[in-house]
Design a protein around this ligand. Structure first.
Ligand SMILES: [Mg+2]
Length: 117
């Protein structure tokens, strides 16, 4: 069971992720609405795991991932990606992403990804 920070600009996505994670015994320590907010909340809450959307205003998920990994190379960041984001996914791997989950969400896939990390 982990303490998790959800970073996603979509309120619906955040709500859906929270429901799945809480139902499986995890604790959501905070939610962030863009990459910059995610980085600041990471520093504030030091969650064990971050779920990171890619496409967000202000700062995207790949840039936020970089900042978080610079802050703490041991940070565990699980990227949430949509179809057609292959370039962004490759960039995220280079910057140290730990796992990927494809939108639309599927509970079994999310739980499987969390078990792998
Ligand atoms: Mg988004």
């Amino acid at each position: 069971m982990a303490e998790i920070l959800i970073v996603d600009d979509s309120r619906t996505s955040r709500k859906f992720l929270r429901e799945i994670l809480e139902r499986n015994g995890h604790t959501i320590v905070a939610e962030a609405v863009n990459g910059e907010d995610g980085y600041l909340k990471y520093k504030e809450f030091r969650p064990q795991i971050v779920t990171m959307d890619i496409t967000m205003p202000v700062m995207n998920g790949v840039e936020s991932l970089s900042l978080i990994k610079k802050e703490n190379p041991e940070a565990v960041v699980l990227m949430i990606t949509a179809v057609g984001q292959k370039d962004k996914m490759i960039e995220a791997v280079k910057r140290g992403a730990d796992e990927f989950i494809l939108k639309p969400f599927n509970e079994a896939e999310i739980i499987g990804a969390l078990e792998r990390i």
